[in-house]
Design a binder for this molecule. Sequence first.
Ligand SMILES: *[C@@H]1O[C@H](CO)[C@@H](O)[C@H](O)[C@H]1NC(C)=O
Ligand SMILES: *[C@@H]1O[C@H](CO)[C@@H](O)[C@H](O)[C@H]1NC(C)=O
Ligand SMILES: *[C@@H]1O[C@H](CO)[C@@H](O)[C@H](O)[C@H]1NC(C)=O
Ligand SMILES: *[C@@H]1O[C@H](CO)[C@@H](O)[C@H](O)[C@H]1NC(C)=O
Ligand SMILES: *[C@@H]1O[C@H](CO)[C@@H](O)[C@H](O)[C@H]1NC(C)=O
Ligand SMILES: *[C@@H]1O[C@H](CO)[C@@H](O)[C@H](O)[C@H]1NC(C)=O
Ligand SMILES: *[C@@H]1O[C@H](CO)[C@@H](O)[C@H](O)[C@H]1NC(C)=O
Ligand SMILES: *[C@@H]1O[C@H](CO)[C@@H](O)[C@H](O)[C@H]1NC(C)=O
Ligand SMILES: *[C@@H]1O[C@H](CO)[C@@H](O)[C@H](O)[C@H]1NC(C)=O
Length: 495
Amino acid sequence: MKELRRIVICCVIFTKLHECQGANLSFPENFIIGAATASYQIEGAWNVSDKGENVWDWFTHNKPENIADGSTGDVACDSYHKYEEDVQWVKNLGLDFYRFSVSWSRVLPNGFANEVSEDGIQYYKNLTTLLVANGIEPIVTIYHWDHPQILEDLGGWTNELMVEWYTDYARILFEELGPMVKTFITINEPKVYCEQGYNSTTKKAPGKILENMGHYLCVHNTLKAHATAYHLYDDEFRAIQEGQIGIVTPCAGWVPGDNVTEESIERHFQFDCGWIMHPIYVGDYPEIVKTRVAYVSALENYPFSRLPEFSQDWIEYINGTADFFGLNHYTSSMPIFDTAEELGIYTRDSGIIKNTNSSWSAGSSSWLYVLPEGFGNVLRMIRDQYNNPPLYVFENGYSDTGELEDYRRINYYYEYVSEMLTAINDDGCNVVAYTIWSLLDNFEWNAGYTELFGIISVDFNSSNRTRSAKLSTSWWQEVISTRTLQDVPSNGTRR
Ligand SMILES: *[C@@H]1O[C@H](CO)[C@@H](O)[C@H](O)[C@H]1NC(C)=O
Ligand SMILES: *[C@@H]1O[C@H](CO)[C@@H](O)[C@H](O)[C@H]1NC(C)=O
Ligand SMILES: *[C@@H]1O[C@H](CO)[C@@H](O)[C@H](O)[C@H]1NC(C)=O
Ligand SMILES: *[C@@H]1O[C@H](CO)[C@@H](O)[C@H](O)[C@H]1NC(C)=O
Ligand SMILES: *[C@@H]1O[C@H](CO)[C@@H](O)[C@H](O)[C@H]1NC(C)=O
Ligand SMILES: *[C@@H]1O[C@H](CO)[C@@H](O)[C@H](O)[C@H]1NC(C)=O
Ligand SMILES: *[C@@H]1O[C@H](CO)[C@@H](O)[C@H](O)[C@H]1NC(C)=O
Ligand SMILES: *[C@@H]1O[C@H](CO)[C@@H](O)[C@H](O)[C@H]1NC(C)=O
Ligand SMILES: *[C@@H]1O[C@H](CO)[C@@H](O)[C@H](O)[C@H]1NC(C)=O
């Protein structure tokens, strides 16, 4: 009541919404701001030098019907050839860091560590050196979905040997780039490439359906690979390189609605965020995930749970393998329990349906509803579930169709970052970094070039892949230089 009165009085005095809400729109001291990209989405140069074929080369070349516009990342933003210009954009924006990923098959053309491509590793050394020379911190994602096709032919993430192959690859990056890199991300979004790549033929490479359990095996081996690389870094590199290492997971948010309860929110969180982060922050998969998948598997007459079990050794080995909580966040839903289960019909291991409301505003990605309050909910839940770990927001952003006057993108950033700053300044969430997804318009996986997330435009029709500023480029420049959120430009319409 008191709060409401304050807001009402405040709104009479001030015309700006954020002042009404009394939000503190300043970034904390030492907070860092960066932008992110991923190798397959921007580099192009898919067949230069001795680079090997990766799963995305294979998927786009062999299954073009799965890509919305039939396009590929063969050229993409051509950042392999234009990285110097890209670094200049990062510098002009005033960003503290640049998060990029390394293409495994560019560095190890045949997938294994017996042969390192000189050109491949040199490209990343060039990029890293140039960033450091310009005062920009390089943050390196070791794996962002594009593993060598030969490894996929051998079973990919469903083969436990992937743990070894991945760790051999990670070692090379620690050795070659580690002297210049203080933050490594082992793996980006296991949940996404596992569910959409190993439990769907159409969405993401490699495009396999494996008995409604490929995704569980994939996450299982991914967590082992992550932990093994973490321990390798910890044992052999950390003391000399003095860096940090962790994993990045997407945690979707939630907003109130019909039948959304504390219990449905908790279950939704555990099947989404907890599936990946519980083993790393608490130990083993969340109890509810183990119980539910075992229960549904039994109903389906399997003599085992489709969710594999970790041995006690693996539980302990994986537990604690993160120096920071890497979070990607874009959107939210209204998670509710599936009422069909009351009739004995079980169609989802989670038993959760993610309701949406057609009145919600969305980006050009149909799934990307603009619901900033869900972001704050996720940040507070992570604070509470995992003992408020240092948290890097490693991706957040909005898709449109590439317009230069991208008011809706600026509005999204305003509302989401404002929500994050409230979580930090008022709720004590330990968020230490924020990352714009993405630096450039780029190849958006199965959406091709139909959903563009960049704060810098790329002309995909010009052989030159000419970059140009959007309105959000200068808006971010201002935010970064003042370390304070700026109003949405005047003819921008609020949501
Ligand atoms: C706003 O937040 C910043 C960063 O956390 C802090 O330094 C400042 O004291 C806050 N201002 C107010 C008025 O609370
Ligand atoms: C690389 O691929 C392009 C098509 O994207 C093709 O035109 C070119 O000939 C290939 N280069 C080599 C060396 O195979
Ligand atoms: C790395 O930089 C050197 C010196 O500028 C340049 O000659 C070389 O082509 C670059 N290599 C790659 C793979 O970008
Ligand atoms: C996996 O695919 C099956 C159908 O093949 C589907 O019933 C199930 O919901 C999917 N699971 C996830 C987590 O996407
Ligand atoms: C909420 O639950 C009630 C009772 O099961 C059901 O009638 C109603 O349709 C549900 N609402 C939504 C939005 O699912
Ligand atoms: C995981 O590590 C934490 C912190 O060291 C510890 O409290 C917890 O008991 C461990 N969990 C398991 C299952 O061993
Ligand atoms: C959808 O949103 C509208 C407008 O806010 C609201 O009136 C309606 O009740 C919502 N529907 C559901 C199912 O939440
Ligand atoms: C690129 O070319 C296609 C087909 O030639 C055209 O439809 C599209 O509008 C062009 N895009 C831009 C940004 O010029
Ligand atoms: C090519 O790109 C550069 C740098 O972005 C730009 O200055 C130049 O005008 C472009 N040339 C053409 C033909 O588009």
